[in-house]
Design a protein around this ligand. Structure first.
Ligand SMILES: Cc1cc2nc3c(=O)[nH]c(=O)nc-3n(C[C@H](O)[C@H](O)[C@H](O)COP(=O)(O)OP(=O)(O)OC[C@H]3O[C@@H](n4cnc5c(N)ncnc54)[C@H](O)[C@@H]3O)c2cc1C
Length: 667
């Protein structure tokens, strides 16, 4: 049985989805993505079915795909061709995060670390990285330390003009580094630098770990694999590495801002240990911006697959008889569970794109060598927002895939739906490049640092200026739910800032040290503060984007999308809004919920065209339930039929066993 209803739903929309796609993503981005997809379709190595590959198969296929992309020469420096970089990045991330991890870990993590922390001394190596003559991995995490990077235990000791690397304990063994198990010839490794018996703290080094011809590890280095992992991560070579007196040349030290003289003296231009650490770990914050897009892609896949399937799937109806059954998308509850993630997919995309534009402006100024108060304020603001937006986006993304899987019932559990695999693929985005709860503390620390300048806060992206004036309490709803939501968020953020700050003061006065204070203000206070600030900025930036859209039809549909996104996020703070005194009595909450239900219902006629505007090409989506023709049952059966005649060898054993059982029961 096929499901032709999808076209009926497409016709309900008030707008042309292709026009909306061009407005939201940009025409050039859409064209470039289509070009990459066409290239991939033409290469057999990118063709795939729903078969679950073994770890070895998956790694080999990732390797072959990586080789093809390198041969195509599509992957360029993001700052030399940003548009091209984004189109390729998005397509690969959507196709398979295992393949994209392989490329990014080399170019954008390992390579970026060498470029940002290295000097002229590393120029030749940078050329090799760019030509893909070597393969790189990034080794920061150890068995005993991940988040607390300052305490990593691997040592690099200056000895007779060389650096000697050691892991003094099991906890100091490097782990989790992608590309490391089999492929990496070089790594960026972080270690405590010891010179003349003194620990100079955490530093980055670049060293060769394998011979690029034999792939044998160099003396003093043992490398292994970390075993099986869920989803696409099976294809990523996350490895461990132990050093035992491995000797490397002094040039291994990534020496921007620091060095060791030939006679063994450590010299640095850093004014403090924290400045040194922030430069050596600065490369990490760039990654957070990219990971926001993982959250957006997760919401995109979840809503595309689940909403298309919800039209093909009919259950119950006003009257008896299968012919009277209605698509499950008709149920308000199903809409309420799915449409918010559809709105999140669109809003996070708009937010992330705006953020990347602002970040690029910031990076250009850094690369031009600017050193100003304003630029350092810019850096802080970028850090605060990226550390808040990465958790907000990735939590929403993983949550959306779980909800979509349940919304697709039993068939959602099939591997061919891709929902559980995608959930596994996206799961670690909540942990790597800064564990979500840990980096939210960085956002709240920066916000709390502003308490003394309330009234005169002036930051380059203006994300905190609203804190300058005392926000007012709820009085009544207006005709614009987004403005209403923003007012509520301003109140919420302001009050969370005040209560978190006064709680910290109280704890300090009671004799707690700053470590204790920081820990005790997290629950219900600092964490919520970071989330509220971030969501306010997201909504605010998307609203500014919508205001600029000229086409009235597209503007109207985007407004509906943003209405839903704002109310959906705000409703999650309902209890805190009441606790902080924004409103009293049930009316505000009742009305908020009623507006949320209304916003969901407003999306229904637009939903299928909205899905079409965000959905990746079927080749990339690769979901039997979410294909654009809406024929979920046909695709499911096509796959089922592949398995019907396979009789496993143990069936003979089963037959014999049953026979034995029946004979013994007759005795
Ligand atoms: C798929 C994957 C790929 C990875 N790739 C790489 C790679 O290529 N290179 C690399 O170096 N690393 C990599 N990592 C490692 C990753 O960066 C770390 O796992 C991450 O930084 C979190 O550190 P952790 O595992 O030590 O967590 P922990 O810090 O041990 O956190 C455990 C829990 O404790 C909580 N916690 C810790 N401290 C505090 C605190 N002060 N207050 C409140 N709660 C706290 C955390 O919130 C978390 O819930 C990868 C990880 C994964 C899963």
């Amino acid at each position: 049985m096929s499901a032709p209803l999808i076209d009926k739903y497409r016709k309900m929309a008030s707008f042309d989805w292709k026009k909306l796609k061009a407005v939201v993503e940009g025409e050039e981005h859409v064209r470039l993505k289509a070009e990459v997809v066409a290239k991939m379709k033409s290469e057999p190595i990118f063709h795939r079915d729903y078969r679950v590959l073994s770890r070895e198969e998956q790694r080999e296929v990732v390797h072959q795909r990586w080789k093809k992309i390198v041969e195509w020469g599509l992957f360029k420096d993001p700052y030399s061709d940003l548009e091209n970089f984004h189109a390729l990045t998005e397509t690969l991330e959507a196709y398979d995060q295992g393949t994209s991890a392989r490329l990014f870990l080399h170019g954008n993590v390992f390579g970026a670390a060498v470029k940002s922390m290295g000097t002229e001394r590393h120029k030749e190596l940078v050329e090799k990285i760019e030509n893909n003559e070597i393969v790189g991995a990034f080794c920061l995490t150890e068995i005993g330390h991940g988040s607390n990077t300052a305490e990593v235990q691997t040592t690099a000791t200056f000895d007779n003009g060389q650096l000697v690397f050691n892991c003094p304990s099991i906890g100091a063994i490097k782990c989790w580094a992608g590309n490391l198990s089999h492929s990496a010839t070089h790594v960026v490794v972080y270690a405590q630098l010891h010179v003349g018996g003194k620990n100079e703290g955490l530093h980055g080094f670049v060293i060769q770990v394998r011979c690029p011809r034999t792939f044998q590890t160099l003396p003093g280095i043992t490398i292994g694999d970390m075993g099986s992992k869920p989803g696409c991560w099976q294809g990523v070579e996350n490895g461990w590495m132990e050093f035992k007196n491995h000797r490397a040349p002094l040039s291994a030290l990534l020496n921007k801002g620091c060095d060791i003289t030939p006679d063994g003296k450590y010299v640095t231009s850093f004014k403090s240990a924290s400045e040194k650490q922030s430069v050596s770990l600065g490369t990490l914050s760039v990654g957070r911006l990219g990971i926001i897009a993982k959250g957006m892609m997760a919401c995109t896949f979840a809503s595309t697959i689940a909403i298309r399937y919800s039209v093909a799937r009919r259950q119950f109806g006003p009257e008896k008889g299968a012919e009277n059954e209605i698509p499950v998308l008709e149920y308000p509850l199903q809409q309420y569970r799915l449409f918010p993630y559809l709105s999140a997919a669109i809003c996070i995309r708009i937010f992330q794109k705006t953020f990347v534009e602002k970040f690029t402006e910031y990076m250009m100024r850094v690369m031009m060598g600017e050193k100003s108060e304003e630029l350092s304020e810019f850096s802080k603001e970028v850090h605060a927002l990226s550390s808040g937006a990465k958790p907000v986006a990735t939590w929403l993304g993983v949550e959306s895939l779980g909800e979509a899987r349940k919304a697709c019932g039993g068939h959602g559990f099939l591997h061919m739906s891709r929902l559980n695999t995608l959930r596994d693929d996206n799961d670690p985005s909540q942990t790597f490049e800064g564990e979500n709860f840990m980096i939210l503390q960085q956002t709240s620390n920066i916000l709390l640092g502003k308490v003394t300048s309330l009234g005169s806060i002036n930051t380059p992206m203006s994300t905190m200026s609203f804190l300058n004036s005392t926000p007012s309490k709820f009085s009544s709803w207006t005709s614009n739910p987004v403005n209403d939501a923003l007012s509520a968020y301003r109140y919420l953020t302001y009050h969370l800032l005040q209560t978190t700050s006064s709680e910290a003061k109280k704890l300090k006065q009671s004799g707690k040290n700053s470590f204790e204070v920081r820990n005790e203000i997290q629950v219900h206070r600092a964490v919520n503060l970071s989330v509220a600030y971030t969501e306010h900025t997201m909504i605010d930036w998307v609203q500014k984007f919508v205001e600029e859209v000229e086409d009235v039809t597209l503007k109207a549909v985007l407004q509906k999308v943003l209405n839903l996104f704002s109310l959906f996020l705000l409703e999650r703070h309902l209890a805190t809004l009441y606790i902080t005194g924004y409103a009293s009595g049930g009316k505000f909450g009742e009305e908020l919920r009623e507006k949320l239900r209304r916003a969901v219902a407003d999306i229904k006629p637009e939903s299928m065209a909205l899905v079409d505007s965000i959905a990746p090409d079927d080749f990339i989506l690769n979901s039997a339930l979410g294909a654009s023709d809406g024929k979920a049952y046909d695709h499911i059966m096509e796959e089922f039929r592949k398995y019907t005649n396979e009789q496993p060898r143990w069936v003979c054993d089963l037959a014999q066993f049953l026979q034995k059982r029946s004979q013994s029961s007759k005795l």
